[in-house]
Design a binder for this molecule. Structure first.
Ligand code: GRF
Length: 190
């Protein structure tokens, strides 16, 4: 599930294509039909489902739309890769402990509501920390609260701008997500 540029999604696809990660990406759900992730999926022939409060104005339809997608594919794991909306409770219940997210900080630091995008890196620089990083965690009902599955540490350098730090962390994310998925899936017997 994605909302943005889709670089994490692309990195996962690359690992699948290069046979580093034994997986199949069956579909992508986006809340914005024009986002980069949707375009990457289309270019790879992967079905894109556009689900938003515009496409599904009735809350009950909105909630059901996610379940319909998941129920028409054999889903082992659902990965959030820059998905900016809250995951519905019924979807989390349906895929208990199988929904993962990636966050651009060392959670529990700089997580929760309001900590997204460049704001995370601005806050790290304001705190004058020497290290930041990325976290892959299970998705629970609250933002950035679920069990941590993997982390990667990234140095902060003097003179870093939030954009420079964001780029360094994003690179680490691309290397972290697929490895964490592989290790978590292995731990569950896949
Ligand atoms: C990443 O920094 C991710 O940690 C956060 O949103 C960003 C998505 O970037 N949840 P991209 O769309 O994968 O390029």
């Amino acid at each position: 599930m994605a909302s943005g540029a889709g670089s994490n999604f692309k990195a996962l696809l690359t690992q699948i294509e290069e046979k580093q990660l034994s997986a199949v990406c069956q579909f992508v759900i986006v809340n914005n039909g024009n986002c980069g992730a949707a375009q990457i999926a289309k270019a790879h022939g992967i079905p894109v489902y556009h689900i938003s409060t515009v496409t599904h104005p009735e809350p009950v339809d909105y909630e059901q739309a996610f379940l319909d997608v998941v129920n028409t594919h054999a889903v082992d794991f659902l990965l959030l890769a820059g998905y900016m909306k809250k995951v519905t409770d019924s979807l989390l219940d349906r895929l208990k402990d199988r929904v993962l997210n990636i966050h651009p900080s060392l959670l529990p630091k700089f997580g929760g509501q309001g900590f997204f995008g460049i704001r995370v890196h601005e806050a790290v620089l304001e705190a004058r920390l020497a290290w930041t990083g990325a976290t892959v965690h299970l998705v629970s009902g609250d933002y950035d609260q679920g069990r941590i599955l993997g982390q990667s540490v990234v140095p902060v350098f003097g003179g870093d701008t939030p954009e420079m730090l964001a780029a360094r962390v994003l690179k680490a994310e691309h290397n972290l997500y697929w490895k964490t998925l592989r290790d978590y899936a292995t731990s569950l017997g896949f």
